[in-house]
Design a protein around this ligand. Structure first.
Ligand SMILES: Nc1ncnc2c1ncn2[C@@H]1O[C@H](COP(=O)(O)OP(=O)(O)OP(=O)(O)O)[C@@H](O)[C@H]1O
Ligand SMILES: [Mg+2]
Length: 257
C-alpha cells in the first residue's frame, strides 16, 4: 500500500483544511484527509458531527459554502468544477437521502449517468447487458429498472441502487454516506459484496461514512477516522471501530465541545 517505489495507477482525493458553512453556521472546521486508490477509509462519528456535510461539500451541493480549504482530485481543483465535471473527473457520491425523480426510470437515469461520465452514450445493447449483470449480482429484480428513480424505494432498494451505480459508473473515488443504514442482514451482505467487488481492482478509493461497525466486518477499512464537531479528532486502523462500538463517542464529544 505505501510502497513508494511503485507508480500509483489510481487516483487520489486530497482534502486540505476544509471549512464549510451552511448559511452563517460553520459546520466543518478544518478537515484534512487523503484517500488514495486501493484504500478504504471509514468515517465514524456522532449524529450532527458533519459527516454528511463533508460528503455534500465534496459533491458540490449548493447549500454548503466552502469558506476555506482545498479539495483536489489527482491534483485538479475539485471545488472549481461543476457537479457534472466532478462526476466526469471520477467522483461518485451516494447520498444518505437520495431524491425522488418521477418520470425518470432507473434504467434511463443510469444510462444518462454513464453517458455524462464517459462523454458518449453507451451502445444500447451493451448497456442493457451490463445493467442486467449488475442487477443480477445485487439480486435486484428485473422490473426494478423500469421504476421511477427513488420513488417509493425501500431502504434496501435505495442502497442496492447505489451499489448498482458504482458497478456501472466505475468512479475513481466513491463517497458512500450511510450505505449500511436500514439494511437487513442479507442486504448488508449483498451490498458489502458489491463494494468489495468495486474496490477489488485496487484502482479505486472508498470513503465510507457509517455509524455502525457491522458493515466494517464485511468491508474492511484500512483507516478509521473519528469525526466530532466538524473535524477529525482521531485516526486509526480497523481496531478503532471496535473501540468506538464498545466505548461510544463520549470521550470525543466532550473533548471537542
Ligand atoms: N442544509 C442544512 N441546513 C441547516 N443545517 C444543516 C444543513 N446541513 C447540515 N446542517 C447542520 O450541520 C450539522 C451537521 O450535519 P450533518 O448532516 O453533516 O451531520 P452527520 O454527521 O451526517 O449526522 P448523522 O450522523 O445524523 O447523519 C447539523 O447540526 C445539521 O443540522
Ligand atoms: Mg449524515
Amino acid at each position: 500500500m505505501s510502497d513508494v517505489s511503485r507508480v500509483p495507477s489510481g487516483s487520489t482525493l486530497e482534502i486540505h483544511d476544509l471549512h464549510v458553512a451552511v448559511g452563517d453556521k460553520e459546520i466543518l472546521r478544518g478537515v484534512n484527509l487523503t484517500v488514495k486508490a486501493g484504500e478504504t477509509h471509514a468515517i465514524m462519528g456522532p449524529n450532527g458531527s458533519g459527516k454528511s456535510t463533508l460528503a455534500y461539500a465534496i459533491a458540490g451541493h449548493p447549500k454548503y459554502t466552502i469558506t476555506s480549504g482545498r479539495v483536489l482530485l489527482d491534483g485538479a481543483d475539485l471545488l472549481e468544477m461543476t457537479v457534472d465535471e466532478r462526476a466526469r473527473a471520477g467522483l461518485f457520491l451516494a447520498m444518505q437521502y437520495p431524491v425522488e425523480v418521477p418520470g425518470v426510470s432507473v434504467s434511463n437515469f443510469l444510462r444518462t449517468a454513464v453517458t455524462s461520465m464517459r462523454g458518449e452514450a453507451p451502445k444500447l445493447r451493451q448497456f442493457a447487458k451490463d445493467l442486467k449483470t449488475g442487477m443480477d449480482a445485487l439480486s435486484i429484480d428485473a422490473a426494478f429498472a423500469q421504476r421511477n428513480l427513488n420513488e417509493g424505494f425501500s431502504g434496501g432498494e435505495k442502497k442496492r441502487h447505489e451499489i448498482l451505480q458504482l458497478e456501472l459508473l466505475k468512479p475513481k473515488i466513491a463517497v458512500l454516506d450511510e450505505t449500511d443504514s436500514g439494511l437487513d442482514v442479507d442486504a448488508l451482505r449483498v451490498v458489502s459484496e458489491g463494494i468489495n467487488r468495486f474496490r477489488s481492482s485496487g484502482e479505486t478509493g472508498v470513503l465510507l461514512i457509517t455509524h455502525y461497525t457491522r458493515i466494517l466486518r464485511y468491508v474492511k477499512p484500512d483507516f478509521v477516522h473519528v469525526f466530532a464537531a466538524g473535524r477529525i479528532v482521531e485516526q486509526g486502523g480497523p481496531e478503532l471501530a471496535d473501540k468506538l462500538e464498545a466505548e461510544g463517542y463520549e470521550a470525543y464529544t466532550k473533548a471537542s465541545a
